[in-house]
Write a new protein. Structure first.
Length: 402
């Protein structure tokens, strides 16, 4: 562990940057001084940037060791890691790169977040963690809790995809599938009654854990090492934590004098659930929407958070709404270049394909593996007879001639 290397100093409100809190305990219910009954403002972690050694960003071929290499610009890493981070940046066509976060230990970007949030639970002496999630976040949190020797409670939605259900239960958390509207009230009650540390949001509009998005900054650090600063970054978006984390990482690079460029950030949401679009349209910190039907369950949310609004405004970016058909087309495009992604993960590429021109390279974030798709576990390939006429007919149907 590398807790002594952290240069984190305090927590700062995004609602009012003059409002600060000590680094511990982590703020898990939004900024108490700036939030209201209707809008909750998150806090972020501040650092002693004047003490950061820029040599930590020197290009290296060594990508093992997890997030520890970035410890000075992360909250104290009190929990052991699983080798998270160091994911590849793959050029799929000239100037278009995919940051493949499915290469993380639990096959999603959430591992970067949970290394930081579970570390907070360990440092706080909590007996365990609790998370509201039906997918990547829950499985990742359960894995990092197991690694740290903590109990884990996952409050899931009513319909877990079969593969994710098996994956999640493998870590032996307490899994509580409940109706969607019951998840957050139940989570707050569990936190109050048991002392478990919450690693997902407890608030009316999304705030989440103060330390979580700090882990996502490391995506920006890695992109910078591999490519420099791109012209734009397209990010699958629900609450906006990943979007904000990548943006914050890039702004830190500029603050440290390592770049003079900033990208435009694009939040890519399903049309069926686009609360960030509504918040930007109305000029409010966060918004609630009614969720429609979509297979992109990992980026579905009826509520947005202020982090997304900050990122879009500060970067001069845009929120893009995408249909399931657009997501499926992007997913198939990724398959054709050898990347099997969850449908939600294809939102970054789908956003780019809506039509944008840039003077410089573009990075699309792909957040998780295709085995998280709802359809996984239902399809079964049937055995065929191996006689040549049968095999040849199948080859010919695929355009392969003998």
């Amino acid at each position: 562990m590398t807790t002594e290397q952290s240069l984190a100093t305090l927590q700062r409100s995004l609602g009012d940057p003059t409002v600060c809190y000590p680094l511990r305990p982590p703020v898990t219910s939004g900024c108490p001084r700036t939030s209201t009954d209707r809008i909750s403002y998150p806090v972020e972690v501040d650092y002693a940037y004047d003490r950061v050694d820029p040599a930590m960003f020197a290009t290296t071929t060594e990508r093992s060791g997890g997030l520890d290499r970035w410890a000075p610009l992360l909250p104290p890493l009190a929990a052991p890691g699983l080798g998270e981070g160091g994911t590849p940046l793959i050029e799929v066509e000239t100037g278009v790169f995919i940051k493949d976060e499915s290469r993380n230990p639990t096959w999603s970007h959430k591992d970067r977040m949970n290394r930081c949030t579970v570390s907070a639970a360990v440092a706080a002496g909590a007996p365990g963690i609790v998370v509201a999630s039906s997918g990547n976040h829950g499985a990742s949190a359960a894995a990092y809790a197991a690694r740290a020797g903590l109990r884990c409670v996952v409050i899931a939605g009513p319909e877990l995809p079969p593969a994710v259900d098996s994956f999640l239960n493998a870590y032996e958390p307490v899994v509580l599938p409940v109706p969607w509207e019951a998840r957050w009230p139940l989570m707050r009650r569990i936190v109050d009654r048991t002392g478990l540390h919450p690693v997902s949001s407890l608030t009316t509009t999304h705030t989440g854990h103060a330390f979580g998005p700090e882990g996502y900054k490391t995506i920006a650090y890695e992109i910078h090492q591999d490519l420099g600063v791109p012209a734009a970054v397209f990010v699958p978006t629900s609450y906006g934590e990943l979007l904000f984390g990548i943006w914050k990482g890039i702004t830190e690079l500029r603050r440290l004098g390592l770049t003079d460029r900033l990208p435009r950030m694009y939040a890519c949401q399903p049309t069926a659930a686009a609360p960030l679009t509504e918040a930007i349209r109305r000029g409010v910190p966060a918004a609630h929407v009614t969720v429609g039907q979509t297979e992109a369950y990992s980026i579905v949310s009826p509520v947005s958070g202020y982090r997304g609004v900050v990122t879009i405004k500060d970067s001069g970016g845009q929120v893009l709404e995408l249909s399931d058909a657009q997501l499926e087309a992007a997913q198939q495009e990724l398959v054709r270049v050898g990347l099997w992604t969850e449908l939600s993960s294809a939102a970054g590429l789908a956003g780019l394909r809506t039509g944008h021109d840039f003077d410089g390279p573009v990075v699309c974030i792909s957040t998780s593996s295709g085995f998280k798709n709802r359809s996984v576990g239902f399809r079964q390939t049937k055995m065929i007879t191996p006689d040549w006429d049968n095999v040849r007919s199948r080859l010919h149907a695929a355009g392969i001639r003998d």
